[in-house]
Design a protein around this ligand. Structure first.
Ligand code: ZN
Length: 383
């Protein structure tokens, strides 16, 4: 489960494009903030989660929110201002054998593309060549799905939805758009796999007398989007706020526990990200690296990145010096002793408006330090 949002420039307070995602994953799965620098490759192949594919000569620097056990990522950004989030969808096409995961496609597209439409082409080419498939959770072969993607850059956004090797894409025309684990592209698509409509009609997925409707044809148990679903509520809130959207608006939306957008339970929001993409200034990526945005701090990060220090990614062994484990330990105290970070984020957000690059880096570092110190002091006082 996941929710992904985009607000185009006409919907935001300052003309930036703003993207946000909650990654909803199995409860105990660690998801880290990771960074891979711009790189040139001599090796001819790259090992993805399950298969090897040819490597390219050069890959972009990428900032990811990455489940610790896989090659791919749930969401991320690259040095050219491209951001992508993927989501699980369940379609009438059979689930394939281990191939590329949706998360692998996401990372490969960020590494290999310079714009959102370029990233879309990269995903589609890899999908058609290698297919998608394989267990999407560690040690749980039952979690399998197809993928939809929301891609954005500094000037536009695209939704790409897939069913096996089939796909359609829609260039976002409304000021805001969201996806939420359902196929959402109907008759109004801009690009599609060659032969898609004929295939759907041959299979009996789509009537020949009506315009081809991708969601209706390929979604299992297709229904109109309910206004009370995560998708419906998210869509309405975005539409209501259009014109006044800032990164703080999207953080608040991701923190909506009542609607289930901030998900609690066996499947929970394990990490979150909000990106602000500017045509003339430096993009800002706000990442949590911890579960439940309602109880997590969004820390700002910008490219170029030399290191994510003092941030320490979590491994399987508990370590209070990683915010993921400190956060987990605090969430398991009764009552949970996790602070609310909204005031701090507002402070940071206002500070970075006038910061130069060097000041920004210092503010970013300080945000990670403040969070870490706060967690450590709470842990010392709880046990
Ligand atoms: Zn919550």
């Amino acid at each position: 489960m996941c929710d992904t949002f985009v607000a185009l420039s006409q919907a935001t307070t300052d003309g930036s494009v703003i993207f946000g995602k909650n990654s909803d994953r199995p409860y105990s799965e660690i998801q880290n903030i990771t960074y891979y620098p711009h790189d040139e490759h001599k090796e001819t192949e790259i090992q993805c989660t399950y298969i090897k594919i040819p490597q390219v000569e050069e890959t972009n620097a990428v900032l990811l929110s990455q489940p610790y056990w896989m090659f791919g990522a749930e969401m991320g950004a690259n040095e050219h201002g491209v951001v992508i989030g993927n989501e699980a969808v369940w379609t009438r096409e059979p689930l394939g054998p281990p191939a590329l995961l949706g998360m692998d496609l996401l990372r490969l597209a960020l590494e290999r593309s310079q714009t959102a439409s370029n990233a879309l082409e990269t995903i589609v080419e890899l999908l058609e060549r290698y297919g998608q498939g394989g267990a999407c959770a560690e040690n749980d072969s039952s979690l399998n799905y197809h993928n939809s993607f929301l891609l954005a850059d500094r000037s536009e956004a695209w939704v790409l939805e897939t069913a096996g090797k089939w796909w359609v894409a829609e260039r976002v025309k409304e000021p805001t758009r969201n996806i939420s684990n359902n196929l959402s592209i109907r008759t109004d698509y801009d690009l599609a796999a060659a032969g898609l409509v004929d295939y759907a009609r041959e299979k009996g997925f789509s009537e020949t007398t009506k315009p081809f409707d991708f969601a209706k044809a390929f979604e299992i148990n297709w229904r109109e989007c309910s206004p009370y679903s995560r998708e419906g509520i998210g869509r309405r809130i975005l539409q209501d706020k259009a014109g006044n959207i800032s990164p703080l608006t999207i953080m608040k939306l991701l923190r909506n526990c009542e609607a289930g957008i901030c998900m609690h339970g066996g499947f929970r929001s394990t990490a979150s990200m909000v990106s602000q993409l500017f045509s003339l200034e430096i993009d800002i990526h706000w990442m949590t690296g911890t579960p439940h945005p309602c109880k997590s701090m969004f820390k700002p990060i910008t490219f170029p990145i030399s290191s994510l220090t003092p941030y320490q990614p979590a491994t399987n062994s508990p370590d209070q010096n990683s915010i993921w484990w400190a956060h987990t330990q605090l969430s398991e105290t009764k009552p949970a002793r996790l602070p609310n970070w909204e005031k701090k984020e507002m402070e940071i957000h206002s500070k970075i408006q006038s910061a130069n690059d060097e000041q920004f880096k210092a503010i970013s570092k300080q945000a990670f330090t403040i969070e870490q110190e706060k967690y450590l002091s709470l842990i010392q006082n709880s046990f």
